[in-house]
Design a protein around this ligand. Structure first.
Ligand SMILES: [Zn+2]
Length: 230
């Protein structure tokens, strides 16, 4: 069979499903990264980690710049139904020990909600998938804390003030979350796929803090699109 698979490799050289480049023979460690994170050796080096506190927003941390393989992978997760990428993202993020240690200090994971329409079209909320997969790797429970009260227009192309206006009253406490529930102090980590100006994360954080003023709420995005990087 070995000869057969070699012949297949010659006829149809293995290509990365993300960047479509032919990556040739993988070393055992590259094989593992392909398996666990969906990354070919080319994509792997395109995941540009940023300094954890480099998002330009208080209370928001991020793992990668929104560019290269990270940008492509988010596109697959969001627009091409590749739900499995969330597990890859979670592993890729938590490879960073500082980030992993920080994440492990939280009691609860939650996510930025998407609109009903987007949820129906996509079949899942990519931020929730990412949060749940981080939960799988860390043992931290996931709970839906924030929901969309109304739809908003797409944020692309809006400046910071327009974004804030677009989000006014867009989020509320999720159904079933008891306002008076626990009065003890909880550390909640709010998760999203991309942080641009940080206004969505700030609004969702506010919803949680309005209901639970004694809690600590921080945010973690898989990637950050900050114009100041350039
Ligand atoms: Zn690739």
């Amino acid at each position: 069979m070995k000869g057969f698979s070699t012949l297949l490799d010659i006829l149809y050289p293995p290509k990365c499903t993300l960047c479509h480049r032919v990556y040739g023979k993988l070393s055992p460690s590259e094989e593992i990264r392909k398996e666990q994170m969906g990354l070919c050796p080319f994509c792997d080096i395109e995941g540009y980690r940023i300094r954890f506190d480099e998002t330009g927003n208080d209370h928001v941390r991020a793992a990668f710049r929104y560019e290269g393989a990270v940008r492509k992978a988010i596109g697959e997760l969001k627009y091409h139904g590749r739900k499995s990428y969330a597990a890859y993202f979670a592993r890729w993020m938590l490879e960073d020990q500082d980030l992993k240690e920080w994440v492990s200090t939280f009691d609860l994971l939650t996510a930025v909600p998407v609109s009903k329409e987007r949820f129906q079209n996509r079949g899942y909320n990519q931020a929730e998938e990412l949060a749940r997969r981080i939960g799988d790797l860390t043992g931290i429970p996931y709970k839906e804390m924030v929901s969309r009260c109304r739809d908003t227009v797409a944020m692309k192309g809006l400046n910071k003030n327009e974004r804030i206006a677009n989000l006014q009253g867009a989020f509320g406490l999720a159904e079933g979350v008891e306002k008076k529930d626990p009065s003890d102090q909880k550390r909640v980590l709010l998760i999203d796929d991309i942080c641009t100006t940080g206004s969505t994360l700030a609004q969702c954080r506010k919803v949680i803090l309005d209901a639970f003023p004694s809690w600590i709420v921080e945010s973690l995005a898989f990637s950050s699109e900050n114009e100041d990087y350039a």
